[in-house]
Design a protein around this ligand. Structure first.
Ligand SMILES: Nc1nc2c(c(=O)[nH]1)N[C@H]1C(S)=C(S)[C@@H](COP(=O)(O)O)O[C@H]1N2
Ligand SMILES: [Mo]
Length: 353
């Protein structure tokens, strides 16, 4: 284990645009400190101007409106602790290998977001009966390697999810304005969905009557189960039940004796009901003690297990979680061409000597 004085930092996958992981094994707080919050960007950071403090709402509504930052601060608000997880988290572990950022387990962070429910805004604008989806556009843009032209980062939500009382236009994180890299000044927050849905630097909301097919929706963030064809493609939506072993870290050397194995578990479907640990490569499983009544199902919970390591040797430790809707982590994740939704057992190898 690292000495307490050593300071971990983000794990760099790419610098332009910036893609860096949170040092998850060393994150002990429920709220990820700003300097350790993971960063996932498709484009260079957008410039912030006066325009960034205005949010326009248009499309299939009754009264098009522009809300200023100040307007939003005056509307009824909510504060929710939410885990944001990139759908490419742990992509690195897919076999056969897939293209894309080779994330390990740190494309994930947690914080308390404060803002106004989308449905609260729409009370002011009204909604036409033709409304099918709501489109959320960011302020960042750029080119892609697979398509001609320039694109803005934009995504839509089905009406039910957009109108869920916990789908927020956030203006604060952990009691402060949202950090620039996390979407300042306004960000959509979509609890329970992988974080591509939580559009940063939000500039406009458009209610639409036909399915949105921008590239971050129709090309990316689709599960393609086949290697050579698009057959069976399905949109990436809710977070798959998952857990991670924070300590011991992979390839640790431990002394004979008792050790705490601990980590996190989370899900986008219901809440965590069980975490189990194996210290023999998945043959036998024992329940871990899980954090009870975390208060909300959108955050991760912590768990811990006391391991009596009485024998010298090499061990493969695994964790697996299950949730209240009956989902459980599989031994092997479902392979898909773009490498989304990985949630197989978390594994670390240690040596006891
Ligand atoms: N405007 C905008 N919003 C965005 C993205 C982006 O590139 N641009 N990336 C998305 C993806 S894929 C993820 S995983 C999260 C990352 O959020 P973070 O950088 O605050 O950790 O933001 C989402 N929202
Ligand atoms: Mo992501």
């Amino acid at each position: 284990m690292r000495s307490p004085e050593s300071k971990p930092y983000l794990v760099t996958r790419r610098l332009i645009p910036e893609n860096q992981e949170s040092p998850i094994p060393f994150i002990s707080a429920a709220v990820t400190p700003e300097q350790y919050f993971y960063r996932r960007n498709h484009f260079p950071y957008p410039a912030i101007s006066e325009q960034s403090f205005k949010l326009s709402v248009g499309g299939e509504i009754l009264r098009p409106l522009v809300f200023s930052y100040q307007d939003l601060l005056r509307l009824p608000s909510k504060e929710i602790m939410v885990v944001l997880e990139c759908s490419g988290n742990n992509r690195r572990h897919f076999a056969p290998k897939v293209f894309g950022e080779q994330w390990e387990g740190g494309a994930m962070s947690q914080g308390v977001w404060k803002g106004v429910a989308v449905r609260e805004l729409l009370k002011w604008t009204g909604l036409q009966a033709t409304a099918k989806e709501i489109l959320f556009e960011g302020s960042d843009y750029g080119s892609r390697t697979d398509l001609e032209g320039e694109f803005v980062f934009a995504r839509s939500l089905p009406l039910e999810k957009a109108l869920h009382p916990d789908t927020l236009i956030a203006y604060a994180l952990n009691g402060n304005p949202i950090p620039y890299k996390q979407g300042y000044p306004l960000r959509l927050i979509v609890p329970q969905w992988y974080a591509m849905a939580s559009v940063k630097w939000l500039r406009s909301i458009t209610v639409i009557r036909t399915p949105f097919n921008g590239p971050f929706q129709a090309n990316d963030y689709m599960y393609y189960p086949e290697k050579d064809s698009d057959a069976g493609k399905m949109p990436v939506t809710t977070i798959h039940v998952d857990s991670i072993i924070q300590q011991p870290i992979d390839w640790s050397v431990l002394e004979v004796g008792a050790h705490q194995i601990y980590g996190l578990a989370w899900t986008g479907t219901g809440f965590i009901t069980k975490v189990e640990i194996s210290t023999d490569g998945g043959n036998h499983w024992e329940p871990a003690a899980i954090q009870k009544d975390p208060g909300n199902p959108y955050r991760w919970i912590t768990w811990t297990y006391t391991w009596a390591a009485t024998q010298k040797g090499e061990y493969t430790i695994m964790s697996r979680a299950a949730d209240s809707l009956g989902f459980a982590q599989p031994a092997e994740a479902r392979w898909n061409r773009k490498g989304y939704g990985y949630n197989a057992y978390s594994t670390v190898r240690v040596k006891v000597e």
